[in-house]
Design a protein around this ligand. Structure first.
Ligand SMILES: [Fe+2]
Length: 357
């Protein structure tokens, strides 16, 4: 049986706070019009407009789940995690990497503390945002099986339309210092490792972290951390009502001529039926349904990493999905980590490239 060879990922018994919701993502983009075209085709709704930004919501009660600010260069800035109490926000504000508590003038109001995680992503802790009326979406389709027919004298007609995104589900980040980043999220936001994928020598390459909601089931992952050699936004994911919504979403995005990244398939770890789409600057956005949910007592699983281990059916993950861009910035980042970062050695990278085909 394969085992983990490093201190992280592991649980923190006394975290600074416990995240209870992935609140929103923050991007920058030179063209708000183009960003809006992609995100509304993908299923988000504009809820607030300003000269310098656009705020988007899904069908759920969150006042917004994505903000795009106008800036010269497209980039992912960071994301926000909601905490349940103001005391937790206060505790986070006392960390050396944190701002003091500040009021939010964005839709839904509330208060926030801004932090930088060890990889440099901006992580906002938010509290007290007011909710909005959820938007209507179709119910999950009733399915017939050999043993149980729930749909008699009736057909199955899921409409091809912009996906109805019910929730912002998770964000996946590549980081150069896996141990530091993983420890930071478990220590300060109480995230629990659900599953870790390791190399044959036990070095962790991917960890799926879920929120600690006690006996309330929590999504298999809200934040996932991938060993890389530079900070990089890997993807974000939104939940839809069922697998037909993932597939009709694919048809819709194809008809709108967006660039497909991978899917439809079903993941192994987390079990989601998934489909991935690239936006205008190559950032990946995922539609998913039917993911696993765990209570806080569920232990961490340890698994060997490989390209085939990323899905149980559907196409094998394309090499283009994870291949780093051969750019001067990436080569410089690679040169910087060697010899200075114990998480990334030439041997680690060799074993990872071998494992991922
Ligand atoms: Fe995902």
């Amino acid at each position: 049986m394969i085992s983990l060879a490093t201190p992280q990922p592991s649980r923190c018994s006394d975290p600074t706070s416990k995240a209870v919701e992935l609140a929103y993502l923050t991007f920058e983009h030179p063209s708000l019009e183009e960003a809006e075209r992609f995100l509304t085709d993908f299923g988000l709704h504009v809820t607030h407009r300003a000269d310098d930004g656009l705020w988007f919501r899904n069908t759920g009660p969150s006042p917004f789940c994505c903000v795009v600010k106008r800036a010269p260069k497209a980039r992912f800035v960071g994301f926000a995690l909601a905490v349940a109490t103001r005391e937790e926000l206060d505790a986070l504000s006392r960390l050396p990497e944190a701002t003091s508590i500040e009021p939010m003038d964005t839709p839904g109001g509330g208060e926030r503390v801004r932090l930088n995680d060890p990889a440099g992503f901006v992580v906002e802790a938010v509290h007290g945002r007011s909710e909005v009326e959820p938007l209507a979406h179709r119910a999950p389709l009733r399915l017939n099986s050999p043993a149980a027919q729930s749909r008699i004298n009736d057909g199955q007609r899921a409409a091809v339309a912009p996906p109805e995104l019910t929730k912002l589900g998770h964000v996946v980040l590549e980081v150069p210092r896996f141990q530091d980043s993983c420890a930071w999220y478990t220590r300060h936001f109480g995230l629990l490792p659900s599953d870790v994928q390791v190399l044959p020598d036990g070095s962790p390459m991917v960890v799926f972290l879920r929120m600690d909601l006690g006996a309330t089931p929590s999504d298999h992952h809200t934040v996932a951390i991938v060993q890389g050699f530079a900070p990089h936004f890997e993807h974000c994911a939104y939940e839809v009502v069922d697998a037909d919504a993932v597939a009709t979403g694919q048809r819709w995005m194809q008809e709108r001529r967006w660039h497909h990244a991978w899917g439809v398939g079903r993941h192994i770890l987390g079990s989601q039926v998934f489909d991935y789409w690239n936006d205008l600057w190559g950032a990946k956005h995922e539609l998913y349904s039917d993911g696993d949910v765990f209570t806080s007592d569920h232990p961490m699983g340890v698994h060997e990493v490989s390209r085939k281990a990323m899905s149980q059916w559907g196409p094998v993950m394309p090499r283009s999905f994870i291949r780093p861009e051969l750019s001067l910035a990436n080569l410089k980042a690679l040169a910087r980590v060697f010899g200075r970062n114990p998480d990334v050695t030439p041997g680690t990278l060799y074993r990872l490239f071998k494992a991922m085909g």
